[in-house]
Design a protein around this ligand. Structure first.
Ligand code: CO
Length: 134
């Protein structure tokens, strides 16, 4: 079922500062910020060759990463994203195995314009896990 590691996401309290660190200190290639109001975040992607690092900053009221940043004020690893060939088949197999799909259980369009869904961290060893249709 699992394909490539599409990205590792870090929640950050100040996206501009995080972009500056990745661009200037780490000499990394960083995309332009993309606001995703339906996901409550602004994102950039850092290209590291074999995968990407997604940097997330809260956007708007009730962002799903606000509570995470309250617990981790300097930021932290927020989720992993794996590619899957068939997101609905993957969802159904995981649900049948007892994993909880967040939200209404249906994929939503993610930052790459492809369907994504999130699995409850308690069902995957304390790690929020995103699946993205490849
Ligand atoms: Co992600």
């Amino acid at each position: 079922m699992l394909g490539r590691l599409n990205h590792v996401a870090l929640a950050v309290p100040d996206l501009a500062a995080a972009i500056a660190t990745y661009r200037n200190t780490l000499s990394a290639e960083v995309s332009e910020p993309q606001a995703l109001p339906e996901h409550g975040v602004t994102v950039v992607f850092v290209n590291v060759g074999n995968t990407k690092i997604e940097l997330l900053e809260p956007l708007g009221q009730g962002s799903p990463i606000t509570a995470f940043l309250e617990k981790n004020p300097s930021g932290g690893m927020h989720h992993l994203c794996y590619e899957v060939d068939d997101i609905l088949a993957a969802r159904d197999a995981l649900k049948a195995a007892g994993a909880r799909v967040l939200g209404d259980g249906n994929p939503r369009i993610g930052a790459h314009g492809k369907p994504v869904l999130f699995l409850h961290p308690k069902d995957l060893f304390g790690t929020l896990t995103e699946l993205e249709q490849s």
